[in-house]
Ligand binder design. Structure first.
Ligand code: GLN
Length: 499
């Protein structure tokens, strides 16, 4: 089978796996087809910071294993991910390769070990295509904060792809890989997924090991998949989750009883909508209309929609940013120009620190370090950090209470669809406000997923003065703690309603 660009668009992990097993194409041919797409599109879209030089060697190794299994009649024992080409966000370590977190601070930093998620995917035979662009150290929501140029939206290069995992979302949405990994501290998987028309999962906090992902705000960070379909996201999630002795916050999810797993068919899924919170989000008309239409379709499909009261959600944004600034200022202290990455020489040690951090860290990173240092300083600690920690508990309880009544809480992912490049770059507060619907989920530690409700045009179209018809739209669904499985059940129903 000739793998044309058109063919790549229809490919999912399952269909690619079946084709590899049938011998319709080889892992090398699949990798070559993606490399050709990257060569064509990446100069403009800048999704990849680096395409690995050994992609074909990795694919050959997958082909060798497939051929061997076929010879022994053991194809069924092969993992579904063998030979599947994936892209990896630049803050996830792969041993022997550069991991820069899109920062000048780490421009020449080579990882000395691999993240647990990478070890797991590698053991399954995944082909790593390259590392993707992001907001520096994952701080941002548009991928405009990268030290290596902005990434552009695969549907419209005059718009942002969202962030901070914008490179991964553009790579998946632009058919430059079959799936990708991102990280999500306050929306960085879900919001770029919504902007690029991909499925993005922020798993339950602790269900995926954070070992080997560069820490931004450790109590909020999670790694998760960005994929073309809900099933693909589920396949990757199943491959990367589980307890890891190198991450003390990680654990194995409990076995979900089969009756609960199939509850999409067994009983109606109850979906709660926090109406009074939605009213505060400053949502665009198109986004709200699409959200309501999606709920109506889900109701028709058998779900029950009801309003839930979650009075503390409107504190999420303020408490999230206080928490993030605090944890960022602590986590970033390790980049002192001595132990990791870049080093600039001053007249003494203090000047070394000041020069290195002043010149090698970008504006947004420096802003957060300063605000976090202020928030944590004696005299302010109680007023800000401790207060935010208390309110965080109230947010968590809002979810716990809502989930006594409903199975899922739904909102839009973001107040707007992808917006023009440059719109918020000089207004950090406006940039933060765009995160209103994604951050509460991280604060509560519960799982959330962005599922496209409108895919956007398949060809590249350029800024059409106010018209956003060609851009994707999504719904965000949130499940109780450790019930990521319900997201997959409902996510598939949403996909079938979209068709
Ligand atoms: N946009 C949010 C922020 O800037 C989320 C970032 C993230 O999830 N890494 O903090």
């Amino acid at each position: 089978m000739k793998l044309t660009a058109e063919k790549l668009k229809d490919l999912t992990i399952r269909s690619a796996h079946e084709a590899l097993m049938k011998g319709d194409f080889t892992a090398v041919e699949l990798a070559e087809a993606y490399l050709a797409e990257i060569e064509k599109k990446n100069p403009e879209l800048n999704a990849y910071l680096e395409v690995f030089a050994d992609v074909i060697d990795q694919a050959k190794e997958a082909d060798r294993k497939i051929a061997e299994a076929k010879k022994e009649g053991k194809e069924s024992e092969l993992d579904i991910l063998i030979g599947i080409p994936m892209a990896i966000k630049d803050n996830i370590l792969i041993k022997g390769r550069i991991a820069s977190s899109a920062s000048k601070m780490l421009e020449n930093y080579t990882a000395t070990y691999s993240a647990t998620v990478i070890e797991k995917l590698k053991a399954k035979g995944v082909v790593f295509l390259g590392r993707t662009n992001m907001d520096e150290f994952a701080m941002g929501g548009s991928t405009e904060n990268s030290a290596y140029g902005i990434t552009k939206n695969p549907h419209d290069p005059t718009c942002v792809p969202g962030g901070s995992s914008g490179g991964s979302a553009t790579a998946v949405g632009g058919n430059m890989c079959l799936a990708a990994l991102g990280s999500d501290t306050g929306g960085s998987i879900r919001q770029p997924s919504a902007f690029c028309g991909t499925v993005g999962l922020k798993p339950t906090y602790g269900s995926v090991s954070r070992y080997g992902v560069m820490a931004m705000a450790s109590s909020l960070d999670q790694i998760g998949p960005i994929a073309k379909t809900v099933e693909d996201a589920e396949i990757i999630y199943d491959a990367i989750r589980g307890f890891d002795r190198y991450d003390s916050t990680s654990y194995d999810l409990p076995e979900i009883p089969a009756s609960a797993k199939s509850f999409g068919e067994a009983r109606k899924i109850k979906i709660g909508v926090p109406e009074s919170f939605l009213n505060q989000g400053g949502i665009d008309e198109v986004v709200l209309k699409n959200f309501r239409e999606t709920l109506a379709k889900l109701e028709k499909a058998g779900c029950e929609i009801k309003t839930v009261e979650m009075p503390n959600l409107h504190y999420s944004l303020a408490t999230y940013y206080i928490t993030v600034f605090s944890e960022v200022s602590a986590n970033m202290a390790r980049f002192d120009g001595v132990r990791y990455g870049s080093h600039l020489e001053g007249k003494d040690l203090l000047e070394d620190y000041m020069k290195t951090r002043g010149e090698k860290l970008g504006r947004e990173v420096r802003r957060r370090i300063m605000l976090g240092t202020y928030v944590l300083s004696a005299g302010y600690y109680d007023a800000y950090y401790n207060k935010a920690t208390q309110v965080r508990e109230l947010i968590r309880r809002d979810y716990a209470k809502a989930f006594d009544e409903v199975d899922i809480v739904a909102t839009p992912v973001a107040p707007s669809s992808a917006y023009p490049i440059g719109k918020n770059t000089n207004d950090p507060l406006q940039m933060y406000l765009e995160d209103i619907f994604t951050v509460p989920i991280n604060m509560a530690g519960v799982p959330g997923m962005a599922v496209p409700t409108r895919l956007g045009s398949s060809e590249l179209r350029r800024g059409e003065a106010g018209n956003t018809d060609h851009l994707p739209l999504s719904i965000q669904i949130v499940a109780p703690w450790r019930r990521d499985d319900i997201l997959f059940t409902l996510g598939k129903i949403i996909e079938s309603c979209r068709a």
